[in-house]
Design a protein around this ligand. Structure first.
Ligand SMILES: Nc1nc2c(ncn2[C@@H]2O[C@H](COP(=O)(O)OP(=O)(O)OP(=O)(O)O)[C@@H](O)[C@H]2O)c(=O)[nH]1
Ligand SMILES: [Mg+2]
Length: 522
């Protein structure tokens, strides 16, 4: 019984309920962590970085003709909202009561496949600090970079290093957690470290998941996070059972079920995982929003993507004037894919899709839990790749984003027509893009936006098969009215004497065909 009580206290599956992290207000991380992000190696696991998105798209915005789009949130219950909410709260991984004073250790791999080639240990540490500072109830107490020459072996640190590190951690007053800046710790290492250091131990996976957890708002985000937490729960289960085994309890059969406690918990986890996957699948099968919007209304879709905190949301707000968008100086502020309507100079209406930011070096389970929602990117007409050019790791961030897109198998035509947008130029003196085709802007100060809109329009016309034509219309016929309805009228030159006008329009090939059939007998 003691054994069962103990596992209940640590492991949530059999618990009736415990409280999850409450959404936090965050402090700016960028100032605290200059040079936050780093480049990644190109292994399939990490080079994908993170491109996560977490909810069904919703669309708001004003469109020509006074239409205001708002995509209905139709019933998506497979798991009831309340059930998802309860599971989300109940499943909170053991990150403590939400407050942490963190000691960060960065293992600096000197050689082997895990060596980081495009960055420095200091920048990688800066990103780790940035991640912790994103959580407003977490503070960094101290940091240490330790060289390690044994990356392939089970142990992350050599014996001497580990002893010195353990001494330092134990001597540092008031810490409640150690963040080992690796993608994922094995259950064994986690257990060994926690025993040696006497505090909670986190890896990148658990820290990033915690950030997501704090930012999750929608049902889909919560389901995806709950799914991504399953591997963490599995690791913890292994450690709990190892503890119990030491006391002679974990492998005993319980009740008359013929299952050990470990097996029961494993089964419950598997069942939960399947249920979460099924619920997510159901949500996703209903997610045809972008596609149907585009197909039915012919609004071109422009997906705005880039590394986390580069200014995607700020840019879309500036382009559309949608005040509902809330840019924030924090990592993963946007966890929900949203769609916002905007007008281009030629009065072409487009839908801008705000996406979750990318981050590299995250374990594949985390990416897999979320990446299906990025499928929408592939169905865009145009991609805008926003870069924070004031960031010291901007080049590596670009490499990372391109790797993500490659791994997502985004069509080559979309990649080649992608516009690279160099943002935050207000923070760089006399900024000039090194890339010939890049556009320099400041989303915050609304600089360079007209050029950007013109470039977007240009590409959209190209890729959607629209054309700009001058048409002579008879003002006594419904031609002009028809054009206003079916095309984007840019200019009208009236010839009152002749009762006609020359109208400049942007028109799709299909609409042009209909026009000719209706009015030119063609
Ligand atoms: N100085 C400056 N700051 C900017 C600019 N654009 C965005 N920011 C700031 O950068 C921070 C992040 O902006 P967001 O628009 O939330 O960035 P994001 O890419 O949507 O971030 P995530 O959703 O977290 O991936 C905010 O504090 C913005 O005010 C810019 O042009 N200049
Ligand atoms: Mg955002």
């Amino acid at each position: 019984m003691a054994a069962v009580r103990r596992i209940r206290s640590c492991f949530p599956l059999l618990q009736p309920r415990c409280h999850g992290a409450t959404p936090a207000t965050r402090t700016p991380h960028h100032a605290a962590a200059p040079g936050a992000f780093w480049p990644r190696r190109a292994s399939p696991l990490t080079s994908r970085g993170l491109a996560l998105s977490a909810s069904r798209p919703t669309a708001t915005g004003d469109l020509p003709g006074g239409h205001r789009t708002r995509v209905s949130r139709e019933d998506e219950a497979f798991m009831e909202d309340s059930e998802v909410e309860e599971l989300f709260l109940q499943q909170t991984p053991a990150l403590g009561d939400g407050r942490h004073r963190v000691f960060i250790v960065h293992p600096d791999v000197k050689w082997g496949s895990r060596k980081q080639h495009l960055t420095t240990a200091e920048l990688m540490m800066a990103e780790a600090v940035g991640l912790v500072n994103t959580l407003d109830s977490w503070t960094v107490v101290d940091t240490v970079i330790l060289s390690t020459k044994t990356p392939q072996k089970k142990r992350i640190f050599g014996k001497g290093n580990f002893q010195a590190l353990t001494e330092k951690i134990r001597q540092t007053a008031g810490i409640t957690a150690v963040f080992v800046n690796v993608e994922r710790l094995s259950p064994l290492s986690e257990r060994e470290f926690e025993e040696a250091w006497g505090v909670k131990v986190f890896d990148r996976y658990s820290v990033v998941l915690h950030i997501f957890r704090c930012n999750a708002r929608t049902k889909e985000a919560k389901l995806q996070i709950s799914l991504a937490e399953i591997p963490l729960l599995r690791s913890r289960l292994k450690n709990e059972i190892a503890d119990l085994d030491q006391q002679g309890g974990g492998s005993r059969y319980i009740g008359g079920s013929g299952e050990t406690l470990f097996e029961v918990q494993q089964r419950l986890l598997k069942e939960r995982e399947l249920k979460l996957r099924a619920a997510l699948e159901r949500l996703r099968s209903k997610r045809h929003l972008l596609r149907s919007q585009r197909q039915h209304k012919e609004f071109p879709v422009v997906s705005v993507l880039g590394y986390t905190n580069c200014g995607k949301t700020t840019l879309i707000r500036a382009l559309t004037g949608d005040a509902a968008l809330q840019p924030r100086d924090q990592l993963f502020a946007t966890l929900d894919v949203t769609v916002h309507a905007g007008l281009l100079p030629g009065r072409v209406a487009v839908l801008y899709v705000d996406t979750i930011g990318f981050l590299s070096q995250l374990p594949h389970q985390l990416i897999d839990s979320f990446s299906a929602t990025l499928e929408d990117i592939k169905h865009s007409d145009l991609l805008l790749h926003v870069r924070d050019v004031s960031h010291p790791e901007t080049v590596n961030q670009k490499v990372n984003v391109l790797n993500v897109l490659k791994n997502l198998r985004v069509p080559e035509t979309l990649i080649s027509s992608m516009i690279e947008v160099h943002n935050k130029i207000d923070l760089v003196d006399d900024y000039r893009p090194a890339e010939a085709n890049a556009l320099a802007i400041s989303a915050l100060e609304e600089r360079g936006l007209q050029e950007l809109k013109a470039a977007v329009e240009d590409r959209i016309l190209n890729c959607t098969g629209k054309r700009v034509v001058d048409l002579r219309v008879d003002l006594s016929s419904p031609q002009l009215q028809w054009l206003y309805k079916e095309a984007a009228v840019q200019d009208v030159q009236v010839n009152a004497d002749e009762g006609s006008a020359v109208v400049k329009v942007i028109i799709s090939t299909a609409a042009y065909g209909r026009y000719r059939k209706l009015f030119s007998g063609g």
